[in-house]
Ligand binder design. Structure first.
Ligand code: PA5
Length: 453
């Protein structure tokens, strides 16, 4: 497996040789800070050299055993988590197995809850679980996040009823993934003697997909997690050092180019584009990875995502012709195992020009045609091509983007591993929901004053 980065469709908007030399130095320095642990948030780099060691670990073996056991003894898994505690797992399952993974013949369905406070979604998930002997994997690093904590209480009550309240039966169906030392969830898990997996202290939520956080649900869905970790380990080996030229390290080159578009060309949005609908959730994972890592101190590219051709007929107009604030990063695959050919018998059919062509070749042609049009319209397009949409390539892509994201954060001068901004909504939410505590009383009073409530 190798990931190709092509700059063929960047049009006029490309750094000069002098710019490239400067960018190489900046990106190289950022990479060095990351590798040496001299950058901000260095204690959160547990993901950086993780995959190989984890493959040999007892925790890895326990994940495989637990997944096999759950698949054998229950009919579905409900994953409860939000943000980094669910996006990676869902992205990988859909990318490798397809967005229809749960409906495929013989599938062991994996559902996701706790990432919304929509009552309709509670009801929908409840309906999907109706009559099923399901297990729960509750995932929360902090063990305190409100959305998954509420969902857990709701669905745990159903699971307990399914088990007739039998503690031993419940224990076989509840798995907790949380911090090893602190949090309400840890206390609850200990009190009930539930099976536990650890969110490593040195890996933040959005970088945690290749730990137990992502691997247990992914293995339950039938994806080969050894291959996934193998792809990440190979990528780690490929992107460790800065070469004399940026092209020698595509991960660094990508980070440098996205910095160039942001800082020099004033493009404020990176549009991740996929030509495979099953990659839509991978786009959501990327949005969290880059959005939470870079978006701080009034800085950072805004990450957006599209699935083409679908979105060519909705957002395509804006991308081509709207405000020139976008550059595009296409994530595609060289090989598609599906041999599906267009068959048109009538030479008089106006579509006869596509007769005999492979659907996947038409898709690739549309990708090229679109990228050419976008480049000509001052939306430079970076093209990333992996081998195939399989576990190895997805593991590789995960590592590639995590590392590029950390380097990018250092290039714009922020700590890519914290997320102080999300506390603001949480504080207001707790205050308005009536959580006890002096700090919430104060916020509640201020909000009541400002909004006359
Ligand atoms: O990347 C992050 O740290 C966040 O997105 C968290 O994953 C998210 O807020 C959920 O937190 P927790 O796992 O503590 O419930």
């Amino acid at each position: 497996m190798a990931l190709q980065l092509s700059t063929e469709y960047t049009g006029e908007t490309f750094p000069s040789q002098a710019d490239l030399r400067k960018l190489a130095k900046q990106a190289g320095d950022a990479l060095q800070a990351l590798e040496n642990g001299t950058g901000a948030g260095a204690q959160m780099r547990g993901w950086l050299h993780h995959a190989n060691g984890f493959l040999q670990s007892a925790e890895y073996k326990r994940i495989v055993e637990t997944a096999n056991e759950l698949r054998k003894t229950t009919q579905a898994l409900l994953v409860i988590g939000i943000g980094g505690s669910y996006l990676g797992a869902r992205a990988v399952i859909e990318a490798v197995r397809s967005q229809y993974a749960n409906q495929l013949p013989g599938a062991y369905p994996v559902f996701f809850a706790g990432n919304t406070m929509s009552a309709a979604e509670y009801a929908n998930i409840g309906a999907l679980l109706e009559g099923k002997d399901f297990a729960i994997n509750i995932i929360s690093k902090s063990g305190q996040t409100l959305e998954p904590a509420v969902a857990f209480r709701h669905f745990y009550a159903k699971l307990r009823a399914n088990c007739g309240g039998d503690a031993a039966q419940i224990r076989r169906r509840v798995v907790v993934t949380t911090d090893s030392e602190t949090g309400d969830l840890l206390a609850q898990a200990k009190a009930n003697d539930w099976k536990r997996f650890v969110v490593p202290g040195d890996i933040g939520g959005r970088f945690s997909v290749l730990s137990a956080v992502g691997l247990l649900p992914i293995a339950c869905a039938g994806v080969d997690i050894a291959q996934l970790l193998g792809g990440a380990a190979a990528a780690e080996e490929a992107y460790t050092s800065a070469g004399a030229k940026l092209e020698e390290n595509p991960c660094l080159y990508y980070a440098a180019l996205r910095y160039y578009y942001y800082a020099i060309e004033c493009k404020s949005v990176e549009l991740f584009a996929f030509y495979e609908p099953s990659m839509a959730m991978f786009g959501e994972w990327l949005k969290q990875l880059f959005g939470e890592s870079e978006g701080k101190e009034k800085k950072g590219l805004f990450p957006a995502s599209v699935v083409f051709c679908t979105d060519l007929h909705s957002l395509g107009q804006y991308v081509q012709d709207g405000e020139r604030i976008l550059f595009e990063t296409v994530v595609g695959f060289q090989n598609d195992p599906n041999n599906i050919t267009v068959e048109i018998d009538d030479p008089g059919d106006p579509l006869y020009f596509v007769q005999g062509k492979q659907i996947s070749d038409i898709n690739a042609t549309i990708c090229r045609a679109t990228s050419m049009a976008h480049a000509a319209g001052d939306c430079p397009t970076l093209m990333l091509q992996a081998d195939a949409r399989d576990a190895v390539s997805i593991g590789w892509l995960i590592y590639f983007f995590e590392k590029a994201c950390a380097v990018s954060g250092y290039m714009i001068g922020v700590n890519p591993f914290d997320q102080p901004g999300i506390e603001s909504y949480k504080n207001n939410m707790y205050a308005l929901l009536g959580k006890a505590g002096k700090q919430y009383d104060k916020i509640r009073a201020a909000l009541q004053d400002a909004y006359q409530i």
